[in-house]
Design a protein around this ligand. Structure first.
Ligand code: HH2
Length: 403
């Protein structure tokens, strides 16, 4: 008996179109020839809070339509539904008269929307001074803190002249957006009054807002501070409290047609690290961000101006931060561009044993991972290094479309 396959000597078979489990890589194929393959891609979606009295009927209906269904959670209240992309695309055709009752159709609508959102590749985010083009390469959001106590750059840019110089330097290094803050949100930080925040920001923003080429974001939780600097030309408000601290903030952002970054945080910076606990951190953060985006929309912020952020380090343990990063692509089902800020944060110190000023490589690992998983904005202190990282990733990634 011949043990060696003769063909193996002559041929070098390669799987060139990814594997069926490699859904992310499959999505990149755009040629008409390969497009039909997309319809075969397996995809899994989880539906939360399925009422017990409807569960059996829904599972039967989904099975009959060719989906695999798993029950999850202590009370089996979550359904994990798997099928081909093609099936999810045609979900509503599958809603036949026998399933019109029981909330089945609204559930299908939700499912279809989540899948469609997940597949969004690019966003155009309008702001008062132009448009943020969030395509293949993530945008680089540079951190500039005018505080005495920020964990990474506290005290360095308290002098307005140094801060102004730094803003231009960040622009030259490749920042796409400069996020200027005057209140530290590091765990345990003391709150700063609105007047004090304005006093720190004003001498710097007054100079840079009319002169910078790139747009500026104001990192504040207060409507009064946002109002003041949006009126002077800032393009974006970055609210780390995710509309928890000052409910008027969304309305102010809406009136100025500004971009609103909604960050997830539990509690306040002072209290957030006091024994945080989540049942399922990815599901909890996604649910909470969804609620906050609904609040923003109700206040008049338009859909295309919202950015969401899971709030790495904001009321999260090491394992929560890692879980969020490991499953970051799940947030894509919300349908908004995702921003992450891992730069030099303490969980990277926990993992590497390095002090704040030596966490650039650890930060770079999170940036690369995020970029490859569809995160559209990365907030960092080390702009020059991150710009290089993104350039190289983009060049390599671009080759994948040439196969
Ligand atoms: N992290 C910090 C501050 N603002 N905003 C968003 N959207 N996401 C983040 O992860 C985020 C943020 C904390 O970093 P830093 O500004 O360097 O420190 P401090 O809060 O001490 O000023």
């Amino acid at each position: 008996m011949k043990l060696v396959n003769d063909a193996a000597r002559h041929h070098n078979p390669r799987v060139i179109a990814g594997t069926l489990t490699g859904f992310e890589s499959f999505r990149r194929f755009r040629t008409p020839l390969l497009d039909p393959l997309r319809s075969m891609l397996p995809i899994a979606v989880e539906v939360e809070a399925v009422p017990a009295r409807r569960r059996t009927a829904w599972i039967t209906a989904l099975h009959a339509r060719g989906f695999l269904v798993d029950e999850r959670g202590a009370a089996r209240e979550r359904l994990r539904i798997a099928g081909s992309l093609d099936r999810f695309d045609r979900l509503l055709d599958l809603a036949e008269p026998d399933t019109q009752r029981d909330g089945f159709v609204p559930m299908l609508l939700c499912l279809g929307e989540a899948v469609r959102n997940h597949l969004i590749e690019a966003f155009q985010v309008p702001h008062p001074r132009g448009v943020l083009d969030l395509g293949r390469r993530p945008l680089l959001v540079a951190v500039l803190n005018l505080t005495p106590d920020s964990f990474a750059d506290g005290g360095r840019y308290l002098n307005p002249e140094r801060a102004i110089e730094r803003a231009f330097e960040l622009q030259e290094q490749g920042a796409d957006l400069i996020d200027v803050g005057a209140e530290s949100t590091r765990p345990g930080a003391a709150p700063v009054a609105a007047e004090e925040e304005i006093e720190r920001l004003h001498p710097v923003l007054r100079v840079i807002l009319p002169r910078l080429r790139v747009p500026v974001s104001v990192d504040t939780m207060k409507a009064e501070v946002a109002e003041r600097f949006l009126a002077m030309g800032a393009a974006c408000v970055n609210d780390v409290s995710g509309l928890e601290c000052d409910p008027r903030l969304a309305e102010v952002a809406a009136r100025h047609r500004a971009v609103l970054i909604i960050n997830h945080m539990r509690g306040t910076p002072r209290s957030m690290q006091e024994s945080p606990r989540y049942d399922d951190v990815v599901a909890d953060v996604t649910r909470s961000l969804r609620e906050r985006t609904v609040r923003a929309l109700a206040a008049g912020v338009t859909r295309e101006r919202i950015v969401v952020d899971p709030g790495i380090g904001f009321g999260k343990r090491l394992e929560d931060n890692l879980d969020l990063l490991a499953h970051i692509e799940q947030l894509r089902s919300l349908g908004y561009p995702i921003l992450i800020g891992c730069s030099r944060k303490s969980f990277l110190g926990q993992l590497t044993g390095r002090p704040v000023e030596e966490r650039q490589a650890a930060t770079a690992a999170t940036t690369a991972l995020a970029a490859l998983r569809g995160v559209r904005l990365v907030r960092v202190h080390d702009v020059r290094e991150t710009a290089d990282l993104l350039k190289v990733l983009d060049a390599i990634d671009g080759r994948r479309n040439l196969e």
